[in-house]
Write a protein that binds this ligand. Structure first.
Ligand code: ZN
Length: 88
């Protein structure tokens, strides 16, 4: 499926916003772009699934929405691993 990146965002953008996304802190328009991107990008989708299960294993405190509190050190790790994995 071909979509302009202005609509679906990029792997780089997804990587940069992924921890906010997981924490449920992404603004709505960004959320939508990330959702669309995840819908078309199997790489990011697989990565997000792995990330979620990792976070579950670390026993994060869940807040009301879907939010998980990600400590700053872990956020950096996440972003680094993501960037490495996707080569962005
Ligand atoms: Zn992607």
């Amino acid at each position: 499926m071909m979509m302009p990146t202005s609509v679906m965002g990029t792997c780089r953008e997804t990587a940069q916003n992924i921890s906010d996304y997981i924490e449920g802190r992404t603004p709505l328009f960004k959320r939508i772009r990330i959702r669309i991107h995840l819908g078309v990008c199997a790489g990011c989708r697989r990565w997000l699934a792995e990330l979620r299960s990792t976070l579950k294993g670390v026993r994060m405190t869940r807040s009301a929405e879907m939010g998980i509190h990600v400590p700053p050190e872990l956020r950096q790790n996440i972003e680094r691993i993501f960037a490495k994995t996707l080569n962005v």
